[in-house]
Design a protein around this ligand. Structure first.
Ligand code: PBG
Ligand code: ZN
Length: 332
């Protein structure tokens, strides 16, 4: 018995933890600025900002402020952005037709970003209808039902408007069946073979989207998104969604949210060779901000731990509202 204990102690994992330097050289997971995608909410106006009460530290921005911010962020090493449009109530209607407007808020900022930063910046756009429909759903609403197939052409035309404006990557977040194929066909048919599709392939009907819906004014007026977004209790179904989207031509897959779904990130990572993004969503950001404001957790440490966990689980890329502060503060 005594010998057994002694023998076991020839193995001492603590040897590799004795100093910061040795911990750093054996560290298995690193998070690099290139992996971080900064989301932006763009107002349909030349300039001005509007704070987001439930997302401290972030503003909705007009084009002038957004261009300036993206320039500064590039200096920190943030090379990609995800753009969300805020069209304003006047531009909302029953089918979300404002989403396909070539002069809408997303195409306008995309043109300006590509003009200013060219290929130094990867411009990704969220493709959905919910910020543009008066009912706040992500597809066509008919008698209380979200109509899948009639939504596809509207979504594909939305992606085309973004691609025409110069978007590098379009990211459909609607969760209609068949949308990746519909977008690919529409893009290819219009000379955009090189525009990539990042699929929100595995997107759960999550309570963590609350602060985003405040920011984007995109909460459904009635009902919820459970007939199109995934049930948080499911994991095999995630593989089905990911497999379908890959077959339809997705260039990137995404799992969303991130922290409550690290097991899903790991599973998708193991099953696909596509680049995989994790979306560290609004509620995950706001939860950290709130608890830090209380003085109950240290922000730098907890953000670093969270972002490393996502990469450790298998994410290549992270869409995160923490990107700028994490890099500026050298939290990683
Ligand atoms: C639009 C969309 C949403 C998010 C990204 N795109 C909201 C939703 O599906 O209700 C959520 C992002 C976040 O919470 O940070 N479909
Ligand atoms: Zn939507």
């Amino acid at each position: 018995m005594k010998n057994t204990i002694h023998a076991n102690l020839t193995q001492r994992p603590r040897r590799l933890r004795v100093s910061q330097a040795i911990r750093d050289i054996v560290c298995e997971t690193r998070v690099h600025a290139d992996q971080l995608i900064q989301p932006h909410f763009v107002l349909d106006q030349d300039s001005g900002t509007l704070n987001i009460p439930s997302m401290p530290g972030l503003d909705r921005m007009g084009r002038k402020e957004l261009l300036k911010q993206v320039g500064k962020d590039l200096g920190l090493g943030i090379r990609s952005v995800m753009i969300f449009g805020l069209p304003g109530d006047a531009h909302k209607d029953n089918t979300g037709s404002g989403a396909q407007d070539a002069k809408g808020c997303v195409p306008n900022i995309v043109r300006e970003l590509k003009n200013e930063f060219g290929n130094d910046l990867v411009v990704m756009t969220d493709v959905c209808l919910c910020a543009y429909t008066d009912h706040g759903h992500c597809g066509v609403l008919k008698e209380g039902h979200i109509e899948n197939d009639p939504s596809l052409d509207l979504l594909a035309s939305t992606a085309l408007a973004h691609a025409d404006a110069g978007a590098d990557v379009v990211a459909p977040s609607d969760m209609m069946d068949g949308r990746i194929g519909a977008l690919r066909t529409k893009l290819d048919g219009n000379g955009h073979e090189d525009v990539a599709i990042m699929s929100y392939a595995v997107k759960y009907a999550s309570a963590y989207y609350g602060p985003f819906r405040d920011a984007a004014d995109s909460a459904p007026a009635a009902g919820d998104r459970k007939t199109y977004q995934m049930d948080p209790r499911n994991s095999r179904e995630a593989m089905r969604e990911a497999t379908l989207d890959e077959a339809e031509g997705a260039d990137f897959l995404m799992v969303k949210p991130a922290l409550a779904y690290l097991d899903v990130i790991a599973k998708v990572r193991a099953a696909s060779d596509l680049p995989l993004a994790a979306y560290n969503v609004s509620g995950e950001y706001s939860a950290v901000k709130a608890v830090v404001e209380k003085g109950w957790l240290d922000e730098a440490s907890v953000v670093s731990e969270n972002l490393h966990a996502m990469v450790r689980a298998g994410a290549d890329l992270i869409i995160t509202y923490h990107a700028r502060e994490a890099l500026a503060g050298a939290w990683l």
